[in-house]
Design a protein around this ligand. Structure first.
Ligand code: ADP
Ligand code: MG
Ligand code: ZN
Length: 608
């Protein structure tokens, strides 16, 4: 709706500006238009006066207007000083019976006056409209603050599902907002700013609102695009106003949606860049300007945190990031249940089955699915939503959204599940590797699946065993594809890249190869390729051979482990296909049931 109003305003202003240009052009033409009377040389004029061919002369500021007895008109210009202050000139004219009139100052004719008045009115009008509309939009932010009053529809954590990790991270902030004084006494560090990062429709706005609902504090909403205006300084003024309101309403939440619209990396030259920079600076100033215990928490949302200005992410600003991703199968089921509360659903409808059939759906799309299903039921005159309604709605939502992630076919999903199971099983079996955290085939970013390991602590030095174990984990994906599918896919390219980089560092920097503890100079290249000419050709060949050896040995380790534990890999892959993600305990449980006694494995893992 805002877009429509905005378009109408642009249209009106455009029309008015066009009118102003036309009128001003007309005016200019009238003033500068060439007179349609001939111009006489002054000497000819004097001669004609002498011959009695001039009946009247008007002395005007721009020159002399001449009239002949036959009614013809002409004009002429006298030499400087010839007319003014020279009474003999007028006397001479009088002697020849010429009627003399004097015109003082330029007296524009009424039409010129009218046009001039119009220009003033139009310019004034444009200014007024512009002022009114920006004032109106500043006021609009105010009214949104009022709407966000907790007495409106209160949203709580119960209305948000499938993002449990994010909720856990945000609970502490809710505690703080409930009792800001308590925290300032205890002196706990409370973040001023939290950045919710994730793709559209995953519930970032909803999470922020539900935090306000949980804490019972006002929710001040603004969108980054509200601050990016064509009039310089307006964005900054709005930021100032927003934080003024926030101080008045504290404790409260200030939510800035689409933070990237203002927070884009600085440095550019266009006008809009300057305006945005001013706005961004104002935001930084405001965030630095209140004490952390004031009870104001600023929550930003973005799906592009990579383009944010680093200044926004510094301590005291948005220094805490919470990732909000697309839900996995369990999450989707939970979200469907949340939204199904609002409609009548026929008993016996299996929402879990719907969740299974909607991989890659965001929370917003699931909410949409339930709405569409309810509409279909109403259209068909049914009192409650049935399974076919839900399935038809799913297809509709799926077609509406361009689903690149969903283009993952059944076959691709199966490949991905085996690949990730390979990583996960190797990681779980090798005690030296970083402990397994979670494995999932929910597509995110560019990756189809991901196996997450959590380093036990920030390691600064790495043992050879640790690095070799990491190599084996990285190779586990590709090796599992070979073993189980007898084919390889391009899905392992990132694994291969990372493994090659590790192996190269082992050889060139850590002295972990038969080439000995020598440093072979590498460049800053992420892949660690040496700069041209740094190594002799023969040495470069040796280095490459050692890197190859390390990676191939890691493949061997992975192959031996996975081959020996085929049932476990298959069980993990099947579970991934069924529920899309498994945590570390889940993987361990599957391993325990599907494999040899753990003792034996440990020994065996060490043996390779
Ligand atoms: P975002 O801000 O991440 O783009 P929104 O919070 O605006 O997403 O989500 C839009 C709507 O989709 C919400 O109002 C809600 O109805 C639904 N929705 C999205 N994510 C969830 C979720 N995790 N749980 C429940 N509903 C959700
Ligand atoms: Mg949103
Ligand atoms: Zn992989």
């Amino acid at each position: 709706m805002r877009g429509q109003i905005f378009r109408r305003r642009t249209f009106v202003i455009g029309g008015v500006v066009l009118l102003a240009v036309v009128v001003a052009g007309l005016l200019a033409w009238r003033v500068t238009r060439a007179p349609d009377v001939p111009t006489l040389a002054f000497s000819d004029f004097l001669q004609q006066v002498d011959q009695g061919q001039v009946s009247a002369v008007t002395i005007a500021p721009e020159g002399l207007r001449v009239e002949r007895p036959d009614g013809h008109r002409a004009r002429t210009i006298a030499p400087p000083g010839y007319v003014a202050g020279n009474p003999t000139f007028v006397t001479m004219l009088a002697r020849h019976h010429v009627r003399v009139t004097v015109e003082s100052g330029a007296a524009p004719d009424p039409v010129t006056w009218l046009l001039l008045g119009l220009v003033v009115a139009v310019v004034g009008g444009v200014g007024f409209v512009a002022y009114r509309s920006t004032a109106g939009r500043v006021a609009a932010i105010e009214s949104r603050v009022a709407q966000a009053d907790p007495h409106g529809a209160v949203v709580t954590f119960n209305d948000v599902a499938g993002v449990d990790e994010a909720k856990d991270e945000l609970k502490g902030i809710v505690e703080f907002l409930r009792e800001p004084q308590k925290f300032s006494v205890v002196g706990g560090r409370v973040p001023k700013g939290v950045l919710l990062v994730g793709p559209p429709g995953t519930g970032k706005t909803l999470l922020a609102r539900s935090m306000a609902g949980e804490a019972g504090v006002p929710f001040l909403f603004a969108s980054g695009s509200d601050f990016v205006e064509m009039y310089a300084g307006v964005g900054a003024a709005r930021v100032r106003k927003l934080f003024k309101d926030a101080r008045r309403h504290a404790a409260c939440i200030v939510f800035i949606d689409e933070l990237d619209a203002v927070g884009r990396t600085r440095g550019g030259h266009s006008l809009s860049h300057e305006e945005r920079e001013q706005t961004l600076n104002q935001l930084l100033v405001e965030m630095d300007g209140f004490a952390p215990n004031r009870g104001i928490v600023v929550i930003g949302a973005t799906n592009r945190h990579d383009i944010l200005d680093p200044a926004l992410l510094r301590p005291g600003r948005f220094d805490r990031q919470v990732h909000v991703g697309n839900p996995d199968m369990r999450g989707r089921e939970a979200i469907l249940r949340v939204h199904a509360r609002r409609v009548a659903i026929e008993p016996g409808v299996d929402l879990r089955a719907i969740a299974r059939g909607t991989p890659g759906f965001s929370g917003a799309e699931l909410a949409n699915l339930i709405n569409e299903a309810a509409l279909l039921a109403v259209q068909a005159g049914r009192a409650a939503v049935t399974t076919p309604d839900l399935e038809a709605a799913r297809d509709k939502v799926m077609m509406g959204a361009e689903r690149r992630s969903l283009a993952m076919s059944e076959r691709e999903r199966a490949t991905c599940a085996i690949h990730e199971a390979g990583h996960a099983v190797v990681a779980a079996l090798l005690p030296e590797a970083d402990p397994l955290h979670k494995v999932t085939i929910v597509p995110r970013g560019g990756a189809l699946g991901i196996t997450m390991q959590l380093p036990e602590d920030d390691r600064h030095t790495h043992s050879r065993e640790y690095l070799e174990a990491q190599l084996a984990v990285l190779m586990g994906g590709r090796v599992a594809e070979e073993l189980f599918l007898e084919q390889v896919t391009s899905g392992a390219s990132n694994d291969i890249e990372r493994a090659t980089a590790i192996a190269r560092r082992m050889v060139c920097e850590f002295g972990m190869s038969p080439l000995g503890p020598l440093a072979f100079r590498t460049s800053g290249d992420p892949l660690g390729r040496p700069p041209a000419g740094a190594l002799s050709e023969a040495t470069a060949e040796l280095v490459d051979a050692e890197i190859r050896e390390l990676v191939m040995r890691a493949c061997g380790t992975a192959r031996q482990l996975l081959d020996r534990h085929r049932p476990a890999v298959q069980a993990v892959a099947d579970e991934l296909l069924a529920s899309e993600s498994i945590d570390a305990d889940g993987v361990r449980a599957l391993l325990a049931t599907a494999m040899l006694p753990p003792d034996q494995d440990r020994n065996q893992a060490r043996a390779v």
